[in-house]
Design a protein. Structure first.
Length: 458
């Protein structure tokens, strides 16, 4: 079969299409949840938790020197050394040397002690390599999960996301877990001064290049955003002056029913098979942890309707997780002869015609476009809220962005930007991609926190 039944394929994929009104509905619901998350009396029941980060506007200077930064939150754990300093213009200069460690599945899903012992082991290895074991460095920890902070260096993990499940961590102070593991090893010392979410680290690292950067966004394994909110609206923290960065944890949008009229059969299957069913429903429609699996389920549906691969699937294609999210990017980037697509499909054990390749690409495009558009509605919700609460005719704002889906997918970015612009009149938006944001941001905020601790004599 060299052609494919475009009509029937389109019919199946049409479910992924969102109308302009849908976007307004999504944006308004997101804003309503954000509002509920900010209020003391509704925070508990809100799906979008709006977690205060204790990262405030107007930092008054910081230390210079070496900082160690840790980054935990995706499939890898990274340790890096960051030099924070000043140049002639008083700007920040940062250099990084990093090392990546993959996290064994049993550390992700065993006990918290196992996970944090593994982290401490990696730090020890890194310090050996850098010949720095004798130094007690200040440490910044990028920990990319929902944390209810009590201060910048103290906060409890609310719940794991993105396939992590280590028992005995939820409900506990994450910095405490790290300090205990370092103590258990006893072969080096660290001064843990700050813990931040990856969205926050990204925003901070971009802020030093562009002082309009007051939003941080991650579209990678997971999906989340933070932004600078007026202190007077952050009811969970005392004080009215200035602004505080709020980690929205918008990945959980939908967990109290706000997405029910948008979720498809495929979304339900992905959710039910996950380690956290019923949770992170918005994230599961966007994040890289789930995108490939969504496509796989669509392909299976098309095979079952006899629209693909001559109605024959393969054992591999029937296996959960077999269709990797990077395949989505690779297939969509393969616009000429389908060489790459045919290769990928061959590794999945299916015999594909050119017609099949067209259909597979359409499936990938449908899933990734919906992700980009859903994500735009969320960001537009934040930006319009910021413009309103600041009572600005024109909001000039920069959004710092990181994450594999945003950076590596061939068209996610463009569709995402275009849709955000459509939904945000009165905003002049610049997007900047952060490089090494998770590490640099953690180190930069640690430098600020460290200076403050030194000033108040801790
Ligand atoms: C998940 C986490 C969140 C993180 C995001 C991106 O949504 O809960 O804390 O920012 O993934 O890594």
């Amino acid at each position: 079969m060299e052609t494919f039944d475009q009509n029937e394929v389109d019919q199946i994929l049409s479910e992924f299409h969102l109308q302009e009104e849908d976007l307004h509905v999504l944006m308004c619901r997101m804003q309503a949840e954000m509002e509920r998350g900010l209020h003391l009396e509704t925070n508990e029941e809100a799906s979008v938790k709006m977690l205060p980060t204790y990262v405030r506007s107007t930092p008054d200077g910081s230390e210079v020197g070496d900082f160690l930064a840790l980054d935990l939150g995706g499939t890898n754990f990274r340790v890096m050394l960051v030099k924070v300093g000043e140049d002639l213009e008083g700007q920040w200069k940062v250099e990084t040397k990093h090392k990546m460690y993959s996290i064994p599945v049993d550390a992700m899903t065993g006990t918290a002690e196992m996970l944090f012992d593994y982290i401490a082991e990696c730090i020890s290895d890194y310090l050996d390599q850098q010949n720095m074991k004798h130094k007690k460095l200040p440490l910044g920890f990028t920990f990319s999960f929902p944390v209810r902070h009590e201060d910048i260096d103290k906060g409890i993990l609310l719940n794991w996301t993105k396939g992590f499940k280590a028992s005995g961590a939820e409900g506990n102070n994450v910095v405490g877990l790290l300090r205990d593991a370092i103590k258990r090893r006893g072969d080096f010392e660290m001064d843990v001064v700050a813990m931040v979410n990856d969205t926050v680290a990204t925003m901070i690292s971009c802020y030093y290049e562009d002082h309009h950067c007051e939003v941080g966004l991650i579209v990678g394994t997971g999906c989340n955003a933070c932004y600078m909110e007026e202190m007077s609206n952050v009811e969970l923290v005392e004080g009215e002056e200035g602004r505080m960065c709020v980690n929205t944890e918008w990945g959980a949008f939908g967990d109290t029913g706000e997405l029910e009229d948008f979720r498809l059969e495929y979304d339900r299957v992905v959710d039910e098979a996950s380690l956290n069913p019923g949770q992170q429903l918005y994230e599961k429609m966007i994040g890289g942890k789930y995108m490939g699996e969504l496509v796989r389920l669509v392909l299976i549906k098309m095979v079952n309707e006899n629209l693909l691969f001559g109605g024959e699937s393969s054992e591999k294609l029937k296996t959960r997780g077999a269709f990797e999210t990077q395949f989505v990017s690779q297939i969509e980037a393969d616009t000429s002869d389908f060489k790459q697509t045919l290769n990928i499909l061959r590794t999945l054990g299916v015999q594909a015609t050119i017609g099949d390749c067209h259909a597979v690409r359409l499936a990938c495009e449908s899933v990734s476009t919906r992700a980009a558009i859903m994500c735009s509605a969320g960001l537009a919700g934040i930006l319009n809220r910021m413009r309103q609460s600041r009572r600005e005719e024109l909001l000039r704002i920069t959004v710092g962005v990181d994450g594999s889906v945003y950076k590596l997918h061939p068209s996610f970015k463009d569709k995402f930007h275009a849709t955000v612009l459509k939904l945000t009149s009165g905003c002049e938006i610049t997007f900047i991609q952060s490089e090494e944001g998770s590490g640099r941001g953690a180190a930069l905020i640690s430098a600020v926190a460290y200076k403050m601790a030194v000033m108040i004599g801790h």
